[in-house]
Design a protein around this ligand. Sequence first.
Ligand code: HAM
Length: 428
Amino acid sequence: MTLLKAVRGTRDLLPPETELWERVEATTRRVFARYNFGEIRTPIFEDTQLFARGVGEETDIVSKEMYTWEDRARAQSEKSQSLTLRPENTAGVVRAYIEHKMGETGLLQKLYYIGPQFRRERPQKGRYRQFWQIGAEVIGPPSAGSESPLRDAEVLEMLASFLDELGISGWTLVLNSVGCSTDRPRYVAALREALAPVKHQMSEDNQRRAETNPLRVLDSKDPSDEAIVANLPKIADYLDEASKAHFAAVLAALDACGVQYEVNPRLVRGLDYYTRTTFEFTHGGLGAQNALLGGGRYDGLSEMLDGPKAPGIGFAMGLDRLILTLQAGQAESAPTLADAFIAPLSESLNAEALALARDLRRAGLRIDLGDGAFRIKKSFEIGNKLARKIVLLGEDEQRSGILTVKNFATGEQTKIPRGELAQALQNS
Ligand code: HAM
């Protein structure tokens, strides 16, 4: 028999590393709450149509990377349905926005999520088939100000503050505007025209993109096509006045709050729903997969999903990549030690030891528990690995109600009445 392992591209997250994940998640909740975001939890699988229509049939995500299956009907009243593990969560959030008529509040909805996403990509450092995203979306009716460039700048400023608070420096914010439904078609036409005479010299992937979705060619990472891509028309030259003014206002608001950025006219991103502002935060320490996060505006997505007009802007961060960045800057984390290890000295004292552990845990202490079947030497060895102190519970201790506590770091041994133990452990 072969030993079963986690599937390629997936991995187990174990303590103590998970403590770092918990810290990042706690910082997310704390910082995002200051900007008045609330958490949304959507299902991990959705109707395949949501991604085909929302993210775009021609994107790599939808055409190559989704985990899709035909879910058989279990009863006559049900229909078989094509389902997909979510490859991203913006489409799911907008579906929920429409389904719950959240626009009827007349307010902006500011929603964030933390959860796993699934893409069948070629695994490498920082790229997994199950990965985690921290994302946020600001969406609402135009009357709530959802189209305002202020929203773009606020989201970007929140990201800069969040990364600062986590202690991540050395990131670069790269920004672009990809225009809207009126100016983009003109640009796409110009791209087609420029690609027509040269596309046969390009990689097979880019030849296909040049046909189906020429914007995707700009996103190409193929070094042999670089020279051609560099000479293609730039979207900045095709933006209409409204898109230009919108982008200029985003940049001015970023300048006003001191968020540094670079404008990259080739940043188009791999999802079809984007309009106007698109952005990525990159980090040099990440290697080939250097995008810490990506996002942008999606003013037409709700309508693409048959919802009301509901412009929005958001982002998703690769939590796995945030963790890699944090780990690169610090020594391997040591496990957190318990406040005390309780060692019953015979099996008949196990129940009493459990009751003592319960009392200390209820007092808020982190307690681990041995077993009276262990020899005392073994209890000390285990206790020393798991906790800062050991509490010995023998017949004498049980009778007198006075416990022996040894501090592993100092070697100091003290006698403490049971009723004072929680306080004593808390204070030292
Ligand atoms: P995305 O650029 O596809 O955008 O993904 C966002 C981030 O997720 C990436 O920058 C990266 O950090 C992380 N990521 C993506 N794929 C992987 C992977 N295979 N392994 C590890 N990390 C990965 C979106 O998903 C959009 N929904 C973002 C958005 C929200 N736009 C507007 N609102």
